[in-house]
Write a protein that binds this ligand. Structure first.
Ligand SMILES: *Cc1c(COP(=O)(O)O)cnc(C)c1O
Length: 438
């Protein structure tokens, strides 16, 4: 192939016809599994390689097979070696094996809203609500919506339509990709009554602003930045005495205090200190699927749950299944990553480095730091260990199988192990070896 004597007309004649290739039994089984669209796409790509003279016409079927994705989705599993535990670009929290299994169980027809004993309709999401109330005994009721932003939106639209939400100027947070909490609240048809200043807000600022038009006071956790220096904010315990409901957006979804994250608010404590409703994400520190939690006073949560907008931000059976398993099952990968000991991380870095070095890779184990990320525990650094590779590996590894995303630091490609679940170490090694220069 690529013979200059063969003109393009000839090459075109050499390209095996699509229907013939698709009929090959080696591809027929894949078509049953992945669907015709996916298989045809791979065949088209393989035919293109014949046209370019890169493969023989005989190799079209095998090449197409090699190009097939492992599943009928363009989303691919990626190893997160960035050292950021919750990376929004990488899908935030990885699910536990128990949650993945629960997804599979719920994927078909399931008793989502049917009581199998009586044959009557049952409450959707009752299992998750019970698990949440078990985990947060200070909550009177719980409800789950699509994400943290939806939880906050629902509170605003239902409780504060055409009324005021009192909020500190230090808490007008942009949560990412240009989305801003104040704009979300206004989009729900509410008015913001901003109080205090960027760095300091006092109880007096709040109490002066609260009036007949106040629907609730909102406290938002500044989850992705740190304010330091001459600052002050009013604790939840003091805001709960203002005579209007207090809604607290804690952001990251910790249900109870975590010893490694002393500054991170948790739902149980915030409710105990008098918040009426807490909102949070399910796919940050809680370690579950994308979701938004609403926990708090029974009468308010019930109102939220029955409002028409609740239907527009409702979660599906897959979310409910994975979230319940996250709540009642074994520790999530996020929780395990948070709790991983330094010795364990160092041992993994040294072991991986030794394997790679024995195969001629210029690798070294070195200490590193990790972060929670994804809108949680800003400013907190977690000690970690990494495998350091030459910088060229950073680009190459994104193209590996599986793709690995590392972190460039001081002219080194660091594979930070705190964000890599230990059961992925073998795959990480294989990915590095697959792209090593020979
Ligand atoms: C992350 C975050 C949100 C948005 O939650 P999503 O689940 O991403 O919609 C809202 N508020 C705070 C404080 C957050 O940290």
């Amino acid at each position: 192939m690529g013979d200059p004597g063969v003109d393009s007309q000839d090459v075109r004649r050499l390209v095996p016809r699509t229907d013939r290739v698709l009929a090959d039994p080696r591809l027929a089984a894949e078509r049953d599994r992945l669907g015709a669209t996916v298989v045809k796409r791979a065949v088209t790509a393989a035919q293109e390689q014949v046209r370019q003279g890169r493969i023989d016409p005989d190799a079209v079927v095998d090449t197409a097979r090699a190009l097939l994705p492992p599943a009928a989705t363009s989303l691919r599993p990626v190893i997160n070696a960035t050292g950021v535990l919750l990376h929004t670009n990488l899908g935030r929290a990885p699910l536990s094996a128990a949650a993945v299994e629960a997804l599979g169980q719920a994927a078909g027809t399931t008793d989502l809203e049917l009581d199998l004993a009586t044959g009557r309709r049952s409450g959707r999401g009752a299992g998750v609500a019970a698990a949440l109330l078990d985990a947060v005994p200070t909550a009177g009721a719980a409800h789950v919506v699509n994400n943290g932003a939806a939880a906050l939106y629902l509170c605003a639209a239902v409780l504060a339509q055409d009324r005021e939400i009192v909020i500190s100027r230090g808490e007008l947070v942009e949560i990412g990709d240009g989305f801003r909490i104040p704009e979300l609240l206004e989009a729900a048809g509410t008015r913001l009554r901003e109080v205090g200043t960027t760095n300091r807000t006092s109880l007096r600022d709040y109490s002066d602003a609260v009036g007949p038009d106040t629907a609730f006071v909102l406290k938002v956790h500044p989850s992705n930045f740190v304010l330091s220096g001459f600052t002050s904010a009013v604790p939840v315990g003091e805001l709960s005495g203002l005579g209007v409901p207090l809604v607290v957006d804690i952001g990251s979804g910790l249900l109870a205090p975590h010893p490694a994250l002393p500054g991170e608010p948790d739902a149980a404590t915030v409710l105990r200190h008098g918040a009426d409703v807490v909102t949070a994400s399910a796919d940050k520190l809680l370690g579950g699927p994308q979701g938004g939690l609403l926990l708090g006073r029974e009468d308010i949560v019930h109102r939220l749950r029955r409002h028409p907008i609740a239907r527009a931000v409702r979660v599906d059976k897959l979310t409910l299944a994975a979230l319940e398993a996250t709540l009642i099952g074994p520790a999530s990968p996020t929780r395990s990553a948070l709790g991983a000991g330094e010795d364990e991380l160092r041992a993994r870095a040294e072991k991986i480095t030794a394997v790679l070095a024995s195969q001629g890779v210029d690798a070294a184990a070195r200490p590193a730091t990790a972060a929670v990320g994804g809108g949680g525990a800003p400013g907190v650094t977690l000690p970690s260990h990494a495998v350091a590779l030459p910088p060229d590996y950073a680009d190459a590894l994104r193209g590996a199988e599986p793709p690995v995303v590392g972190h460039l630091d001081q002219q080194q490609c660091l594979l930070n192990l705190r964000s890599v679940p230990p059961d992925q170490d073998e795959r990480l090694i294989a990915a590095v070896l697959s792209v090593r220069p020979r």
